[in-house]
Design a protein around this ligand. Structure first.
Ligand code: ZN
Ligand code: ZN
Length: 578
């Protein structure tokens, strides 16, 4: 194999994109070519094809690619003029589009040729296809992609490939993605019947099914009890509000693109709420507040609506409506730090109890050089005070954190709780924000001990973020194996034959008395099949009841992940499950 400094993995991946295009042109001589870059784990290329391509056809294209690789073709680069390029790509409208743009920017054009295939390209290839391991790449999937990412342009077919230097690396990667795909919350939710989507209801609008709703209700009840004990007061506010309040809040100026279009009613515009803050501020303003009433904690499981673009929708992670575990805490400066300490402590407690470990804190600060986002900041001392309070609260809870300069919101510094999902993507799951701006915008004040009216500080916090996203995250982290207290079905009762049904009904009664969530399978099927079906549902425990168990007034217990753990009386079982 010829070695050169050109055989970096990026160059290999990029070269494979050319080879893919060349192979596709052999199969579909009339295909129109989009672009084909290298990406993190491989490459892709966009095509306009004369017909829909199916996943089953990818091996055939792979085979054409391997044949080309084995011909040891050279990659030959050449500088060309815009006029020359236009002639060369006269039957490729998307390339002509690019040439026009490059010519406008007076960029140099280069073309690269491998075999008979010529592409417009900046370069970054292997010198010869002999440098590519023909067994270390695989075409993985087909997706739709708009030309230049714009919904108004034609939709092209994107073919993705994975590529590495060795076969082992490729196999490792394919293994990992397979595992991650199996624990994708959309796949699990489908398999376990947690939520569904329906075209007639609309994109990004999940319908929660009984089992999914049960898990969510348990999470909501759990947070409700915790928050009530900590002095939060829960409210319920409408899903819509008039235009004027979103003018006041700045949402229509800064956030309109992410909101649903207005509804017209009695000649006025109403908007679906994208956030709960304005509604809570209105509740705060009901009657003058004294410093003695602070901190005032208003909480809501508040459903919000956001116009996510259809291309980014992804199950419950990116949906067009979701319910936040929201609260706004109104404090004076003297209570700010203490309140933040308490919020962080609550956070830690909840995450501990939910067995979430791989998360970290990011202190998100302003970047004053970014004028468009932070240019309006006049009162730097207030920002510093907020930052100091957040730092002190992190220190008091002995929490380590990273700093994210430029990650603050436009109204104040914040702490973001960051996680990594199964695909290794970093995401913010919850936020604690200190807000000095809403007081002025909404005229939020209190009467201090000295009798003077002062602006109040607002803390925005959402411990679980949104219940929807959090649920998705939990499902993926546990691969659907929710802990006993959260499982929608905690126990599945299976009978071996109908002679034991009466005893099984007695077991049901006991579980019902103890508020255990259970389901039964008394079908006329083999016990092996019933066990397999129950295991597919990932229930924590399965009770198997045959005549031996009925005679002994016991059940045979199977534990998720462990299998048979022996016969137990219900008392013994509950002592153990505790
Ligand atoms: Zn290239
Ligand atoms: Zn808020």
């Amino acid at each position: 194999m010829q070695q050169s400094e050109n055989n970096s993995i990026e160059n290999i991946r990029h070269s494979l994109a050319h080879i893919l295009a060349s192979a596709v042109l052999k199969k579909f001589p009339k295909a129109k070519l989009g672009i084909g870059p290298a990406i993190d784990t491989g490459f892709y290329y966009d095509f306009e094809l004369p017909r829909q391509l199916s996943q089953d056809e990818l091996p055939e294209i792979e085979k054409l690619m391997r044949e080309e690789i084995r011909q040891h073709l050279e990659f030959k680069g050449e500088e060309i003029t815009a006029a020359g390029a236009k002639k060369l790509f006269k039957s490729q409208p998307f390339k002509l589009d690019l040439i026009k743009e490059f010519a406008k920017d007076k960029k140099k054009l280069t073309s690269y040729q491998n075999g008979e295939f010529i592409d417009l390209c900046r370069g970054g290839h292997v010198e010869n296809t002999s440098e590519i391991n023909p067994n270390a790449f695989k075409l993985t999937k087909i997706a739709g992609a708009y030309w230049r990412g714009n919904e108004k342009n034609p939709q092209l077919t994107r073919i993705y490939g994975a590529a590495f230097k060795t076969k082992e690396e490729l196999e490792n990667y394919l293994d990992q993605t397979k595992k991650a795909e199996e624990s994708d919350h959309r796949v699990l939710a489908e398999q376990l019947g947690y939520f569904m989507m329906d075209e007639d209801i609309g994109k990004g609008l999940p319908l929660w099914l009984p089992k999914g709703f049960m898990v969510r209700k348990i999470l909501e009840d759990y947070m409700f009890d915790l928050e009530r004990n900590l002095g939060y007061q829960h409210v319920l506010t409408p899903h819509i509000a008039k235009e004027a309040i979103y003018k006041k809040s700045g949402h229509l100026a800064h956030y309109k693109e992410d909101m649903f279009p207005p509804l017209k009613l009695d000649k006025e515009n109403y908007y679906l709420k994208p956030m709960n803050c304005p509604h809570h501020h209105v509740i705060y303003k009901r009657g003058k507040k004294s410093y003695r009433e602070l901190p005032l904690r208003i909480a809501e499981f508040g459903t919000v609506y956001r116009h996510e673009r259809s291309g980014v929708l992804s199950g419950l992670i990116r949906a067009r409506y979701f319910t936040q575990n929201d609260a706004h805490i109104y404090v004076d400066a003297s209570h700010l730090e203490k309140e933040l300490v308490d919020i962080l402590a609550l956070h830690k407690k909840v995450y501990q109890e939910l067995e979430i470990e791989d998360y970290w804190y990011r202190l998100s600060l302003p970047d004053f050089s970014k004028k468009e986002k932070f240019g309006d900041i006049k009162n730097k001392e207030m920002w510093d005070a907020g930052e100091n309070a957040l730092r002190a609260a992190l220190a008091k809870n002995k929490l380590e954190f990273v700093e994210g300069v430029g990650e603050a919101s436009f109204y104040g510094p914040k702490i973001d709780i960051q996680i990594k999902d199964n695909f290794g993507r970093e995401d913010t799951i919850a936020t604690i924000q200190v807000d000095f701006y809403s007081a002025a915008k909404f005229d939020l004040s209190y009467i201090d001990a000295d009798g003077k009216e002062k602006p109040v500080i607002v803390i925005h916090r959402a411990i679980l973020g949104s219940f929807d996203r959090f649920f998705a995250f939990l499902l993926e982290k546990t691969a659907g194996k929710l802990p006993f207290w959260l499982a929608p079905v905690q126990i599945m009762i299976l009978t071996i034959n109908e002679r034991v049904t009466a005893y099984a009904k007695h077991v049901e009664d006991t579980l019902r008395e103890m508020s255990i969530r259970f389901e039964t399978d008394y079908r006329n099927e083999t016990i092996g099949k019933k066990i397999r079906d129950a295991e597919m549902q990932k229930v924590p425990y399965i009770f198997v009841i045959g005549e031996k168990e009925a005679d002994a007034l016991k059940v045979s217990v199977r534990e998720r992940g462990k299998g048979d753990i022996g016969q137990k009386s219900l008392e013994e079982f509950f002592r153990m499950a505790k």
